[in-house]
Design a protein around this ligand. Structure first.
Ligand code: ZN
Length: 341
């Protein structure tokens, strides 16, 4: 089969011929139809410090996918050949206290497909049946291929009650944009999204009814005055990983406000903790998706009017994967989807 492989410890990915994976009794084999390129995949392409420390070479990369089950292991019940699906790319253990309490997404033994073990950028993917998420007919393969990052957005957005609240999203990458769209969908009053990249802010305004603010040229507090946000934002979602973005968010929050953080700041970034204490802010780190509550919620929302299709800005046949990665690295794309048809 074809597979996009991190074949050498240096920048790049290579299309190689690989054997079709052999599945175990609790696993299924999935014929991959569409995949999404993630920021994580760009780190792996670039072979930065994180990638060099984390990713074994050689490795089949990729974790955002949709496809169809073509083989089921002998102990698998409730799944059949022909079932369209996406799936949770975090493989969990069975030993930790968290898993045994049913908090699967908090398992410290989690391994990621395409990061620690063979991934989805291939004609065929082997996956535990437990991780499979069947797709209803209403969700096509390209949306199915971006449920993983939409899940990050949904997990972040649903961390706190948003009904009637004023929400600030810092960082208008694809996940920030989708989180802003989710906040609108579930009933936030105002959703303001900030960035310094005009193309990303324009995309945010196209995808959802949000207020884009370029903090390089606009004053956030003037925007708040215009929207009659008197005391500050009730809920913040930090998606940029930029220390300046988090700092501005803390300054713009209401007393007792709540912040969900998905963006990863570089190294040990300075934080003015006194403002967090005196504003009595709650900060929650967000990792992955709740398994499987986030999946349930996002499919329900997609079936009830949440529309994030326009966040997909580029589509390529997989033979042109290098163009897809170039679009990602250039920095103003939304989601890039590769077709394995
Ligand atoms: Zn991803």
């Amino acid at each position: 089969m074809r597979a996009l492989v991190k074949a050498k410890p240096e920048p790049g990915l290579w299309m190689e011929e690989r054997p079709v994976p052999v599945i175990g009794p609790d696993e299924v084999l999935i014929r991959v139809r569409k995949t999404g390129i993630c920021g994580t995949d760009v780190h792996i392409w670039n072979w930065d410090d994180w990638a060099a420390k984390t990713v074994p070479v050689p490795l089949v990369t990729g974790h955002e996918f949709a496809g169809e089950i073509v083989e089921v292991g002998r102990d698998v019940e409730d799944l059949a050949v022909g079932q369209r699906c996406s799936g949770e790319g975090h493989l969990i253990g069975h030993h930790s206290r968290q898993v045994r309490a049913g908090r699967f997404h908090l398992d410290p033994e989690t391994r990621g497909i395409g990061v620690n073990v063979a991934g989805a950028f291939a004609d065929y993917l082997r996956l535990p049946a437990f991780n499979v998420v069947p797709l209803p007919d209403s969700i096509d393969d390209e949306i199915g291929a971006i449920l993983d990052p939409l899940g990050n957005a949904v997990h972040t957005a649903l961390s706190f009650d948003l009904v009637g609240e004023d929400v600030l999203v810092t960082g208008a990458g694809p996940i920030g944009i989708m989180a802003a769209a989710v906040a609108r969908h579930v009933g936030a009053r105002h959703v303001v999204i900030t960035d310094v990249n005009p193309a990303r802010l324009a995309l945010a305004a196209e995808v959802a009814d949000v207020v884009p603010v370029n903090v390089a040229s606009e004053d956030l507090h003037q925007v708040m005055d215009r929207l009659k946000i008197v005391q500050g934002f009730d809920v913040g979602m930090e998606m940029s990983g930029a220390p300046a973005g988090f700092d501005q968010m803390v300054g713009a929050m209401v007393m007792g406000g709540r912040i969900a953080m998905l963006g990863i700041p570089p190294g040990r970034s300075p934080v003015d903790w006194s403002r967090i204490v005196f504003k009595a802010l709650t900060i929650k780190g967000v990792y992955g998706r709740e398994i499987f509550e986030t999946w349930y919620k996002m499919i329900a929302m997609l079936e009830n009017g949440l529309n994030i299709r326009r966040v997909i800005t580029h589509r390529f046949p997989v033979a042109r994967f290098a163009e897809g990665f170039a679009a990602m690295r250039e920095g103003s794309s939304g989601k890039v989807v590769l077709d394995w048809g």
